[in-house]
Design a protein around this ligand. Structure first.
Ligand SMILES: Nc1ncnc2c1ncn2[C@@H]1O[C@H](COP(=O)(O)OP(=O)(O)OP(=O)(O)O)[C@@H](O)[C@H]1O
Ligand SMILES: [Mg+2]
Length: 283
């Protein structure tokens, strides 16, 4: 459901909650489209789908190697539902109030309360992506516990308000499977279910992803890179499509200056992006 809030306004939007004025964030508009595995979109949509008025949405966790497409999947799935999407980028410095509501000093010297992207999504009935959630501390996670179970609310100590999630609010967290800064507490893990694993794409999918991201790059380069990545996946190397995009982009930029030894350039790009080991998988 769309909110009644004025979406065209560049001004900060605000709402009143328990007599406190809360300023809202703006949704993320990104040129991301998910290519390939429809099954993953379906799994995510199923988590968010309600089948009965007594039913509640699941808050899934997308897990995979860095650059495998977690953020793109979350964003693409949300956009396919024609919903506004709010991304919160978690870091090791994320504090509980950053996730909820932060006080800022306005021009008139008064305190203004600003809702995070997650709380804005809660208020407007949008979709929140808690990106790279495994980077933030247990203390920060704790502030989201009531949101992630049947209570579906958050409590901002700073603003002195309790915010209930709009019935249309949905959330998904993404996590790298190899770069946790902190251990995620078990009571949070049990709330972020089910887990959806992203694996490397098949060769034809990978080529389609490269074409989607680099439509202006010669297909010869993209095909070469897709084949290279597929050999890397077979050897269980952690190289992902993001690395492939960087390699292809660099080669295309270099070639734009004029013809050079194409293969030499490809090797150079592989070493620059992935290091010498990558040459093992060059043909
Ligand atoms: N299936 C896909 N469809 C379209 N683009 C994709 C797909 N998979 C990966 N990409 C592209 O690869 C790049 C990396 O994807 P993305 O940022 O979603 O990965 P990630 O898993 O979130 O990485 P990180 O763990 O570093 O946050 C992006 O440029 C994205 O557009
Ligand atoms: Mg990401």
């Amino acid at each position: 459901m769309k909110s009644n809030l004025d979406k065209t306004s560049k001004e900060r939007r605000s709402v009143q909650i328990d007599g406190v004025s809360i300023h809202l964030a703006h949704p993320d508009e990104l040129p991301l489209r998910w290519i390939g595995q429809r099954e993953l979109i379906l799994q995510l949509h199923a988590c968010w789908h309600l089948i009965d008025e007594r039913d509640i949405a699941l808050s899934p966790r997308l897990i995979g190697k860095p650059g495998v497409g977690k953020t793109t999947l979350a964003y693409g799935a949300a956009k396919e539902l024609n919903k506004d999407v709010y991304i919160f980028q978690a870091t090791m410095d994320t504090r509980p109030e950053d996730l909820l509501i932060t006080p800022v000093v306005a021009e008139n010297g008064k305190i203004q309360y600003v809702a995070s992207s997650i709380v804005t999504a809660m208020i407007t009935g949008a979709i929140a992506i808690l990106d790279e959630g495994n980077r933030m501390s247990e203390k920060s996670w704790a502030s989201l516990a009531p949101l992630l179970d049947t209570r579906r609310y958050i409590e901002s100590i700073v603003a002195g308000v309790k915010v209930k999630a709009h019935p249309d609010f949905r959330i998904v967290a993404t996590m790298n499977d190899d770069a946790s800064t902190f251990e995620i507490p078990e009571y949070i893990n049990s709330r972020l279910q089910p887990q959806i694993y992203l694996d490397f794409p098949e060769l034809d999918e990978e080529l389609a992803i490269l074409r989607e991201n680099l439509p202006f790059v010669d297909d010869k380069i993209l095909t070469y890179v897709a084949n290279f990545l597929s050999r890397c996946h077979l050897a269980d190397e952690p190289y992902t499509v993001r690395d492939g995009i960087n390699i292809a982009r660099y080669v295309a930029k270099r070639l734009s200056y004029g013809p050079t030894d194409y293969r030499k350039l490809m090797y150079e790009a592989m070493v620059k992006v992935l290091g010498e080991t990558a040459l093992r998988y060059a043909d």
